[in-house]
Design a protein around this ligand. Sequence first.
Ligand code: UD1
Length: 418
Amino acid sequence: MEKLKIRGGGQLVGRLRVQGAKNSVLPILAASILVQGESVLQNCPDLKDVDAAISILRHLGCKVKRQGKDVHIDSKAITRCDVPDDLMREMRSSVIFLGAILGRMGEAILSLPGGCELGPRPIDLHLEALRALGADLEEVGGNIVCRTEGLVGTEINLASPSVGATENVMLAAVCAKGETVITNAAREPEIVDLAAFLAASGARISGAGQSTITISGSGLGKSTTHRIMPDRIVASTYLSAVAFVGGRLELLDAEPTHLETLITALRAAGCEITVSGQDIQIESDGKLGAISPVITRPYPGFPTDAMPCLLAASVKAQGTTVFIENIFQNRYRYVEELRRMGAEIKLEGRVAVVTGISNLHGARVDATDLRGGAALVVAALGAEGETQIGEVHHIDRGYDSLEATLGGLGADIERVND
Ligand code: UD1
């Protein structure tokens, strides 16, 4: 079994370019199904979830070629409308293919996604919205079978601003007759990136990044080239790591406007952060002052995905830090692993209270989920002695070349086979 072995204590110094965003490339790969031509996606990170999405596209009949960070997708000859169970299981967010396949083929058959490590992950909002657009849905033997005689635009008010549901509606609505208006839409930057890809491919879409998005169903015609936005969660991981262990890092292509809540928190804790155009420079002595309560909310609030690494960075901060998780249940499974390293953290439901201690020590721990695993990496970098992190496959879902990147900044990290 693969493990990450990290000997902590050293500072992180250097510069790096932020990888393309996982949560942006996945819905855009799904969107490429709608293009009656070739899509070229640049800056695609090398991740297991991206491989899984490409396998789904190939299964459907797309021709997909990967050249370095570019992915070329030719969707002219899609022949299938089903995604088999094994491919669905490889990627948790594969439900994002539902709206696109339905839009393109008039029928989509997907197995139902199970619960996930962050708690139950229902898709009721996705299904309700697709029904409102004119889809008939039924559950047959663990599969969701979705058919339409033709989607028709309508007003869809999401009960909560779900990122995935907003994306699914956007994709289906592109193929609907007439106008679709999504109210209470998610405002995450990844929604804006998806809208940019759709617009470049010929869709008429406005309002992405705001709560109301309007889509005029017109189909997608044009072949297009699109550069995937930088991954704000990966950027926040490296910023949190440097804040915690100390050092100096220049993050290139980091899109600072996406990271405002984290930058504010780290500055308040004593880090020196300079923003210049798309780049962010952070300097930290590794001795963080008190951190104000961190409360996760939909964008532009503090991102739930950035919370675990900031929590790890707070374990040696002055005083106590309060974290409140509002998006997912079971987001704190990694906390038990941080405790093995000596962290003092009390949990009560959605609230975690971290009491700053003087030192963490290395331990054998397991990644419990993607961002929880990244939090263990951050903690290990600042712990005394060696930490071995198992279940690395969770971390590999979101970080391209993690060891090479951190090694380049001076970290003592290696992947071993145990
Ligand atoms: C996306 C991101 C994930 C991030 C999350 C919140 C991708 C691939 N994943 O996940 O990394 O943590 O946004 O920023 O982009 N919900 C329902 N019913 C639904 C849909 C969602 O109850 O039909 C609930 C979920 O269980 C969760 C909350 O709404 O508690 C937010 O989920 P959502 O915004 O949909 O997140 P994802 O799109 O799954």
